[in-house]
Design a binder for this molecule. Structure first.
Ligand code: ATP
Ligand code: MG
Length: 445
């Protein structure tokens, strides 16, 4: 029953890592991806850190057709893509899966920090105080839910993450056990999302005869797979640029302290190009990835691109248009996206903690010039992030588009301090804790 508050990985572990096989589903706007992975086995003497990393043993991905801006809009089409992705991963892994950890981008996720205080009365703090503090959070979040229900929106809690203890106002305490004090306080980072959006995802996954082990916010997962420990300790902002969403997470002191999602992504760039150049979507996508740049250059004036027009067949000679026209369409959309990110960061109240560093990931971050434009608009150091600390990612799935999927594996195996909600948990019905959260309490308290 050990509670490890050390910073062995990106997040502090409150629970023991899982051994065995885990499966995850990243239901994205552009692709649905299923990964099956086996937990690593740390070498007994710790000399081979690679051995401790999880290994992907099966991967399947499908074009996503039923998802718009991270939200399922067609359950049948989503079910079909999930089935195919899972089938493919199962065939490669030669293993059948029965449950999955699933990403969450939908349901307008909201972050909130809840302060919880506990009277200690000058005693030495021990495990039982931690238990009381988490129980108190449990009660308080019922109130939190009641409040959010007050405005008509039924919300489900996705994560409860302890983000820093203090004793008698003294902050920055990593592990309060063994210390003396009058008052122990902890800030809990609560992330909630629209319960209906969560129900729809659950329905689509369960139609495929898969149970849900838990939901993990997409930008949280992206951070878990792309950040190095120093970044998450010192303060960093992760920007996960997907097809239909741009996810944001801020990590500080080893934990996620803020998350947000903007319903704009790479697909908006593609449709801007298709509209602006009157070219079919597939061709707009091709032009964007091959010739697009988030920063328009003067030399673009002189470079002509072949641009087939909507409605023309392949025998018609394609239009020739200058590259400047393409990049002149792309730049404002990416600028707008980063300006929205900046505004969300400014509003988060975590500007000071977000550090000087940004990690850009997600498929849409691969656009040429995206990093440079991010530097200009966010005024921070920006690096490109791809999945780290995971083995067996074939080249095709090792890129930034698979950061969320890889992070889901990290979460499923490492079982970090976030108390992920596994199954519908009705607020105001204490005692109905099931799945991993219940297990977490049972194991530790
Ligand atoms: N080389 C590239 N250059 C520019 N954009 C790219 C490139 N490769 C992929 N993209 C864009 O990345 C986007 C897809 O990214 P990703 O796979 O991360 O999305 P997703 O996870 O399915 O969607 P979301 O997270 O928004 O629900 C698409 O808009 C695609 O056009
Ligand atoms: Mg994504």
């Amino acid at each position: 029953m050990s509670v490890d508050w050390g910073s062995g990985s990106v997040t502090r572990k409150l629970t023991k890592p899982r051994s065995g096989t885990v499966a995850v589903l990243d239901i994205g706007t552009s692709k649905v991806c299923c990964l099956i992975a086996r937990a690593g086995r740390p070498s007994p003497d710790g000399t081979n850190p690679i051995a401790a990393q999880p290994r992907v043993i099966g991967a399947g991905h499908q074009v996503s057709r039923g998802v718009r801006n991270g939200t399922i809009v067609d359950v049948d089409a989503t079910e079909d893509a999930i089935r195919k992705a899972v089938h493919m991963a199962e065939q490669i892994a030669q293993e059948t899966i029965s449950s999955v950890t699933v990403n969450l981008s939908a349901g307008a996720p909201q972050s909130e920090i809840l302060g919880v205080d506990l009277d200690i009365g000058g005693q030495q703090i021990d495990e039982s105080d931690l238990r009381r503090i988490f129980q108190q959070t449990h009660t308080m979040r019922d109130d939190f839910a009641a409040q959010s229900n007050g405005n008509g929106a039924d919300r489900e809690l996705i994560h409860s993450i302890p983000v820093g203890f203090s004793i008698d106002g003294q902050q920055g305490i990593a592990d309060p056990r063994g210390m003396f004090g009058e008052k122990l306080s902890v800030n809990m980072h609560l992330v909630s999302a629209s319960a209906n959006a969560v129900r729809t995802i659950r329905a689509a996954v369960e139609r495929c005869h898969l149970e849900i082990d838990g939901f993990v916010l997409s930008p949280y997962a992206a951070g878990l797979s792309t950040l190095v420990e120093d970044e998450s300790d010192l303060g960093v902002t992760v920007v996960d640029m997907g097809g239909g969403t741009t996810g944001i997470s801020i990590f500080y002191d080893g934990e996620m302290v803020f998350a947000d999602t903007i319903p704009v992504g790479g697909n908006h760039v593609t449709s801007d190009v298709a509209r602006g150049l009157s070219t079919p979507i597939t061709n707009a996508e091709r032009l964007k990835t091959l010739y697009g740049n988030a920063i328009a250059a003067e030399s673009d004036e002189h470079e002509m691109l072949d641009v087939p027009q909507v409605g023309e067949d392949e025998h018609t000679a394609p239009h020739q248009l200058p590259r400047s026209l393409l990049n002149g369409i792309i730049q404002p959309r990416i600028e707008e996206t980063f300006e929205l990110v900046r505004a969300r960061l400014d509003n988060s109240g975590f500007g000071a903690y977000a550090g000087r560093r940004v990690v850009l990931t997600g498929g849409a971050s691969q656009l040429q010039g995206a990093r440079d434009l991010a530097v200009r608009i966010l005024d921070k150091q920006v690096r490109m992030g791809r999945p780290l600390r995971i083995r067996g990612l074939a080249e095709a799935i090792a890129g930034s588009a698979f950061a969320t999927g890889a992070g889901l594996i990290a979460h499923a195996i490492e079982n970090p301090s976030s108390l992920t909600m596994p199954v519908p948990l009705q607020y105001g019905e204490p005692g109905r804790l099931t799945g991993r959260l219940g297990q977490w309490f049972r194991e530790h308290f």
